[in-house]
Design a binder for this molecule. Structure first.
Ligand SMILES: *[C@@H]1O[C@H](CO)[C@@H](O)[C@H](O)[C@H]1NC(C)=O
Length: 347
């Protein structure tokens, strides 16, 4: 239920108590309620009750049933990146194996990772979970699967039905854990990572962590990525988080941003200086959360760092297409763009 209401509904619910001082006077005439009490009650209902109702009406059990979202060759499972932290993952096998996948258990899915097909780990953005903000996340999994790749979509700690407290190092640990888990099963297959929005910050953090261990992804896709979060406080760019705060100042505080209390850095710019993995940046020119200029800047940094136009690419999507921040999975040219990128990678 969480994200199913629109802006006007939020304005209504926020607007009502603000006017209630006015209305309360009228109410006071007909009833015995003093108006400060009414105001207090209104605020109590708004700030305490509503978020709780919304929060607990979210049905997280759907996350264990990917079939309900048309993903009939997908298994839901859990990993434990750290003691006491359980994170949920969806694994979709290459589409050509869908029939074979029917009724198969976790073991079969795990073994399927060694079938030689490229594997993608997908890191989603801020808020929501691996099913919510659909159809974008499911859309990406379907595109990858149709191309004959495996797609693993994780809910970091504190997101979806995953337990634990979401912190920047925690999210990175989760992604790193999933990567190592995949590598133990994928034999010689390519293992790539695709981050979207906040997930791009986690992606580059994870890539740098891997480098420190002498490992690397075979390819990195950054979709709708932002730059160092430090810049937001300087007001240099409009950032997804600042947009959220502006758009949903109250509701979001309670619900939408599991990371609200945690200090975020996500130093994408510094990470891109260190990474030596082929990178493809995807960005819609009309992205309303992260301006296109951020993608250009990230591209410039990565291209200079790797000193190559071949290893670092920027693919833009015309603003007229209306993809904004979440819609480019719909582009009919996307499968070819992804395939070309994967074919350019060395196994
Ligand atoms: C299962 O998924 C595949 C791939 O998306 C699709 O082609 C097929 O029609 C689906 N089958 C059923 C029975 O839903």
């Amino acid at each position: 239920m969480k994200r199913r209401f629109n802006e006007s509904e939020i304005n209504q619910s926020v607007g009502r108590p603000l006017k209630s001082g006015q209305q309360a006077k009228d109410v006071h005439k007909s009833s015995q309620w003093p108006w400060p009490k009414m105001v207090f009650l209104s605020f109590f209902i708004l700030f305490a009750t509503l978020p709780l109702i919304l929060h607990f009406s979210t049905d997280l059990t759907v996350l264990s049933r990917p079939l309900e979202f048309g993903l009939n060759h997908t298994v839901n499972f859990y990993l434990e990146p750290e003691k006491g932290v359980r994170v949920g993952v969806w694994h979709t096998v290459p589409e050509q194996r869908w029939k074979e996948a029917q009724g198969k258990n976790l073991d079969w899915y795990e073994r399927s990772l060694g079938d030689g097909s490229p594997v993608f780990i997908y890191l989603h953005g801020n808020g929501g979970n691996r099913q919510e903000s659909m159809p974008h996340r499911i859309g990406v999994a379907k595109v990858l699967s149709a191309l004959g790749y495996h797609a693993l979509v994780i809910d970091y700690r504190g997101f979806g039905d995953s337990t634990g407290e979401p912190t920047e190092p925690g999210l990175t640990t989760d992604a790193l854990h999933l990567y190592n888990w995949v590598k133990q099963r994928s034999v010689d297959s390519l293992v790539c990572i695709w981050g979207h929005s906040l997930g791009t910050g986690v992606t580059t953090n994870t890539a740098v962590k891997l480098l420190e261990e002498g490992k690397q992804f075979d390819g990195i896709i950054l979709e709708g990525g932002f730059s160092n979060v430090r810049f937001i406080t300087n007001g240099l760019i409009e950032h997804p988080f600042s947009w959220f705060y502006w758009k949903f100042p109250y509701i979001q505080f309670f619900l939408f941003n599991p990371m609200k209390n945690n200090k975020l850095v996500f130093p994408t710019d510094e990470n891109l200086e260190k990474i030596r993995t082929p990178i493809m940046i995807l960005h819609a020119e009309d992205d309303h959360l992260v301006p296109f200029s951020v993608a250009q800047e990230n591209y410039r940094i990565a291209r200079n760092a790797q000193n190559s136009d071949k290893r670092v690419k920027l693919v833009s999507f015309d603003g007229k297409l209306g993809y904004l921040h979440n819609g480019l999975y719909r582009d009919p040219a996307l499968p070819d763009i992804i395939r070309d990128f994967v074919l350019s990678l060395k196994p």
